[in-house]
Write a protein that binds this ligand. Structure first.
Ligand SMILES: Nc1ncnc2c1ncn2[C@@H]1O[C@H](COP(=O)(O)OP(=O)(O)OP(=O)(O)O)[C@@H](O)[C@H]1O
Ligand SMILES: [Mg+2]
Length: 285
């Protein structure tokens, strides 16, 4: 993974519009300093009073019990919580992959509940990127074809500079003709990351993107997600179980039992571990 900022590797990219802030200072976005892919001043994604009930009767599960959350545009947000706390359910509802039982999801200024099926499909294709733990690449397509798939489906042209920059930054140049079965886990996940940002979406959701990777491959994926936020003002929301991964984020939202139970700004590995410990103690009390 090159150390050069992503903007240097992406010839078509604009430099970050964020003013320099002193090290350690909370990064706040001035109004209007957001990427063109988002609506200035609005969060990249919001949940309001979100509930999700799976099943009926005896098998009924309250996966989300009234979640309110804003994921700021131009930030890298992490979501943490115990297994079964509703993290994936929340991500799937935010990304329009699942429908909440009640409540509202707003992405890039659009209320997903107000979109018809066709508009929702278009929204998911054009404005939302998703990275799954299990990569979810199309096995019959090459790496390159997987990356450009969202554009091909939308019949949009490929921005060669943007593509070349992403491929170079992710170190995938010599793997583009390979099919997913010929890629390592880390390479496959980097292809999935490239596919998620190729459309310059309003927000990228990543559900445990490093869950299947070793530490080197994890680091490359996290560095890429971080760089896409810092250098390109993309917005990323990532679920993770790993405190070190969460510390790459600008803030962390903690879920337990389908509810928001905590927040952390400018997380470090230690502050994330401390918060998880405190929440576990509270949960046990
Ligand atoms: N399709 C489904 N049908 C029934 N119950 C479901 C379904 N999907 C999730 N659940 C339940 O909803 C709850 C929340 O699940 P979810 O997958 O969101 O948790 P999670 O926080 O992502 O967990 P993990 O860390 O293990 O991935 C769990 O109790 C789970 O069993
Ligand atoms: Mg999950």
């Amino acid at each position: 993974m090159p150390n050069a900022p992503l903007r240097d590797a992406l010839p078509g990219a604009r430099p970050s519009q964020l003013p320099d802030s002193p090290p350690g200072a909370p990064r706040t976005l001035p109004p209007g300093a957001l990427s063109a892919a988002t609506h200035p001043g609005l969060p990249a994604a919001s949940a309001r009073g979100l509930t999700k009930v799976y099943g009926r009767g005896e098998t009924e599960v309250d996966a989300l019990r009234g979640v309110d959350a804003d994921f700021a545009a131009g930030e890298f947000s992490a979501i943490m919580g115990p297994s079964g706390s509703g993290k994936s359910t929340l991500m799937h509802c935010l990304a329009g992959l699942d429908t909440p039982t009640s409540g509202q999801v707003i992405v890039g200024g659009q209320d997903l509940g107000k979109l018809n099926a066709r508009a929702l499909t278009r929204m998911r294709r054009d404005r939302i990127g998703f990275v799954f733990q299990a990569y979810n690449l199309v096995p019959t397509l090459t790496a390159l074809e997987n990356i450009t798939l969202p554009l091909d489906l939308a019949r949009r042209p490929v921005d060669r500079d943007w593509l070349d920059g992403i491929v170079r930054t992710l170190g995938l140049g010599d793997r583009l003709k390979h099919r997913p079965s010929e890629l390592s886990g880390g390479q496959a996940q980097r292809v999935a990351c490239a596919r998620a940002v190729i459309t310059r979406p309003a927000v990228v959701f990543a559900d445990e993107p490093t869950g299947n990777l070793d530490s080197v491959a994890s680091h490359q994926v996290l560095e890429f997600l971080r760089a896409s936020v810092t250098d390109l003002n993309q917005s990323v929301v990532m679920v993770t179980h790993d405190a070190a991964a969460a510390s790459h984020g600008d803030r962390v939202l903690f879920l337990a039992d389908g509810k928001v139970v905590g927040h952390l700004v400018k997380p470090t590995r230690d502050s994330v571990l401390d918060t998880l410990r405190d929440l576990a103690v509270q949960g046990a009390a």
